[in-house]
Design a binder for this molecule. Structure first.
Ligand code: BGC
Length: 554
């Protein structure tokens, strides 16, 4: 049954175990703490949790430098705790996705240690070496400024090794069949322990050809099919969500024309243009990005997000657009990163303006794909710009007004909890917001509930409706004879729009407001006329709720 493709119409909540909840009081979040918070997560109504890397790691890149793929970082608990956690999540109907970081290992991984030490070791060829410093060693850095080179000399091996990211993250030679087999083994291990799939890190680099002699790296897309097939054979309904910030004309290479490669991809194109729309009250480039990324196989899906644990990358915008976004959301040097991005959390970027934050989330939940939410954003948490680089938006979850926001009983939290200013834990915390019916938290819960009642967004096709004003995005989704329509006003002033729903039958006459009482009947000219408040949004069912009762999908 097509409906078994659960990820097509799901809501994902992403978190880092180490900064979520500390149960044993050592200052570091752990699986026991996370387990105690599962009912909170369940209350949000999400379908899946995506765990950022939690395996053994020296922790020099937030865990994206793994030193043992088959382990749990002892600071977070044991493999036993992990299995308890996946079981407890399953009992609540929540799936678990985990990060799969296999483009590189930590330089402290036993494979790399062995590879450096012994040129005859089989692990030597698990990495990418060069006797001389390659001519392009100062090209292709992911973290320009912080990272000096992509090739570093290793005094033990007496050769240079390739690293797309930091120098402590040597790239695996993913063209080596043994490495490929090991990647499958890692997937097989975690799938057996109860996860439903993977967020695959840095996919374009994983499948790229690598080496000193490689001037024009080539993507080996066939590898993606191997990953998928293996996974699907092991557990039929598991999936891979690819982190691949690539140009739209290669998207289908990642999904596969027959839908035989990645199940999901993050939609970076839409993400960047969405922030431009928020900054400039101009939806034209966003519409273009949506149209460009419209093609996807029936079983494929986009992951839609606002912010994540990295910087907001604006590299795909034009110079002019990027300037506008910087001016609006990250004007100071300390807000910016690598000259191309903004390192802030969503709420402070939007000046804490609840209307704009709701607009942004309402949009994310109604864009064509599966929304991916980040822990703390449901409270409107802020950032700590005194922390270096991307760390500033990775502070611990703010649970209550207890010391350190209730995150830990220790006096030495792994990361400082935000404790001053308007985003300090005394003002922004889950306990307060739980009690306040108008809080951000309760708003997010309501919007997730409603998102689940409009599966047309996950399953259907969208149509951009002409509403006569570029500051307003009007979208209609159709699926199995049901339609929903969404309006979003990106401008800071009220706008009246006139539009036709465009279905061309009697359903056109009536729009039922799903979030309030502002229903709309068409005028005699067949058009609807709606006045949207500044940053206002509407969710409508087209044709009235009777149509919902006739749904054929239940
Ligand atoms: C992750 C980053 C990480 C990098 C290296 C990414 O794309 O999102 O947080 O630094 O991969 O693993």
């Amino acid at each position: 049954m097509i409906k078994d493709l659960w990820y097509k119409n799901a809501v994902v909540y992403c978190l880092s175990v180490g900064t979520y909840m500390d149960a044993n009081g050592d200052g570091v979040g752990d699986f026991s703490g996370l387990m105690r918070r599962l009912d909170y997560i369940n209350g949000l109504g999400v379908s899946a949790i995506w765990l950022m890397p939690f395996q053994a790691s020296p922790g020099r890149d937030n865990g994206y430098d793994i030193s043992d793929y088959y382990s749990v970082n002892p600071a977070y608990g044991t493999l036993g705790d992990f299995v308890e956690f996946t079981h407890a999540a399953k009992q609540r109907g929540i799936r678990v996705l985990i990060d799969l970081v296999v483009n590189h290992t930590s330089n402290e991984h036993a494979w790399f240690k062995e590879a450096r030490r012994d040129p005859k070791s089989k692990y030597r060829d698990w990495y990418v070496w060069s006797k001389k410093k390659p001519a392009n060693a100062d090209k292709g850095m992911v973290f320009p400024g912080v990272q000096k080179s992509t090739w570093t000399h290793d005094p033990v091996a007496k050769e240079y090794y390739f690293h797309r990211f930091y120098d402590f993250q040597p790239d695996l030679n993913t063209s080596n069949p043994e490495v490929q087999a090991e990647i499958l083994r890692i997937m097989g291990f975690w799938i057996q322990l109860g996860v439903s799939g993977f967020r695959m890190d840095a996919v374009p680099f994983v499948i790229s050809t690598k080496g000193a002699e490689v001037n024009k790296p080539r993507e080996q897309y066939g590898m993606l099919r191997d990953f998928r097939e293996f996974l699907q054979w092991r557990v039929g309904d598991s999936m891979i969500l690819a982190e691949a910030n690539v140009l739209p004309n290669t998207d289908m290479q990642y999904f596969g024309d027959d839908g035989d490669r990645m199940h999901m991809m993050f939609n970076f194109q839409v993400n960047q243009n969405l922030f431009y729309a928020l900054a400039a009250a101009d939806t034209k480039p966003l519409v273009k990005a949506m149209e460009k990324t419209k093609p996807r196989p029936p079983s494929g899906q986009w992951g839609m997000f606002l912010r994540n644990h990295d910087e907001l990358d604006l590299g795909r915008l034009t110079e002019k657009q990027r300037k506008k976004v910087f001016a609006a959301f990250g004007p100071n040097k300390e807000d910016q990163l690598y000259d191309r991005g903004i390192r802030r959390r969503l709420a402070p970027m939007l000046g804490g303006d609840r209307r704009r934050i709701e607009l942004a989330y309402s949009l994310m939940f109604t864009l064509p794909g599966t929304p991916v939410l980040r822990y703390g954003d449901e409270l409107g948490m802020g950032d700590d710009l005194s922390l270096p680089e991307r760390e500033c938006c990775r502070t611990p979850m703010q649970w209550s007004t207890e010391p350190h926001g209730g995150f830990t009983k220790s006096d030495k939290p792994v990361m400082p909890v935000i404790d001053r200013g308007p985003y300090g834990y005394e003002h922004v915390n889950a306990a307060f917001q739980r009690r306040d019916p108008n809080s951000m938290l309760n708003w997010i819960e309501r919007i997730i509930r409603m998102r689940k009642e409009v599966p047309e967004v996950g399953w259907g096709d969208f149509e951009v409706i002409k509403a006569g004003n570029d500051a307003v995005l009007a979208l209609r989704y159709d699926w199995r004879n049901n339609s929903v329509l969404f309006l979003h006003n990106f401008a800071g002033e009220p706008i009246e729009v006139e539009f036709k729903t465009g279905l061309g039958d009697e359903r056109d006459d009536k729009l039922v407001d799903l979030l309030g009482d502002a229903h709309s009947n068409a005028q005699t000219n067949g058009k609807h006329c709606v006045c949207l408040e500044a940053y206002g949004y509407r969710w409508y069912r087209v044709g009235g709720l009777d149509y919902l009762l006739n749904r054929s999908d239940v």
